[in-house]
Write a protein that binds this ligand. Structure first.
Ligand code: HEM
Length: 149
C-alpha cells in the first residue's frame, strides 16, 4: 500500500539535503580536518558505522539490502569513504558507487531511509549538527549513481 505521509516526508528530507548541497557550495569551506575532528577522526567514524549498521538492519526498508552483505567490509569501506570525503588523510579503496549499487534496484525512498539511519546514528554519537549537515550535503548528490528506480 502506498504510504503517502512517508513518501512526502522522504521527499521533504531529500529537498532539504539538496538545499544543503547547494548551500555547501556558497558557504566558506571549513579548514580540512575540522569536520572530521567533530566525528572523532577515524576511530569516531568506525564507531559511528557500528550504530549505522545496527540501524540499517533494524529498519525493514534497508534490512533486505544489508542483511546478505559482508557487513564488516561495508562498515570498513563506509568509514574509509566518509573519512576521505571529510578531507581526512585516508584513501577510499572500495568500489565506485555506480558499479557497487548497480542492479540492486534502490529507490529514492530506500535512499532516504539510509539517510535517516545515518542521521539517527550521528545524533546518538553526539555529532555537531553543522558537521552532520556537511556530511549529508556531500552524500546527497550521490543518489544519481545509486538510485535506479
Ligand atoms: C550516499 C549513500 C550511499 C553511500 C555513500 C554508499 C556507500 C557504499 C559503500 C562504500 C559500499 C561498500 C563498497 C565496497 O564494498 O567496495 C556500499 C555497499 C553497498 N551498499 Fe551502499 N551506499 C549508499 C547508499 C546505499 C543505499 C540507499 C542502499 C540500499 C538501501 C545501499 C546498499 C548497499 C549494499 C547492498 C552494498 C553491498 C554491495 C555488495 O556487497 O555487493 N547503499 N555502499
Amino acid at each position: 500500500m502506498v504510504n503517502l505521509p512517508r513518501i512526502l516526508a522522504g521527499r521533504r528530507r531529500f529537498l532539504l539535503a539538496a538545499a544543503l548541497a547547494a548551500l555547501g557550495k556558497i558557504l566558506p569551506a571549513r579548514a580540512a580536518g575540522d569536520v572530521l575532528a567533530d566525528f572523532g577522526g577515524m576511530p569516531g567514524l568506525t564507531a559511528l558505522m557500528e550504530t549505522f549498521m545496527v540501524n540499517l538492519l533494524a529498519d525493514t526498508r534497508t534490512q533486505p539490502f544489508f542483511a546478505p552483505t559482508d557487513q564488516k567490509r561495508v562498515k570498513d569501506k563506509l568509514a574509509e569513504q566518509f573519512c576521505a570525503l571529510l578531507g581526512g588523510d585516508c584513501e577510499y579503496r572500495g568500489g565506485n558507487m555506480k558499479g557497487i549499487h548497480r542492479g540492486l534496484g534502490i529507490t529514492m525512498e530506500d535512499f532516504n531511509a539510509l539517510v535517516e539511519a545515518l542521521q539517527d546514528a550521528m545524533d546518538k554519537h553526539g555529532i555537531a549538527f553543522r558537521s552532520q549537515n556537511k556530511l549529508l550535503a556531500l552524500l546527497a548528490p550521490m543518489h544519481r549513481d545509486i538510485v535506479e528506480k
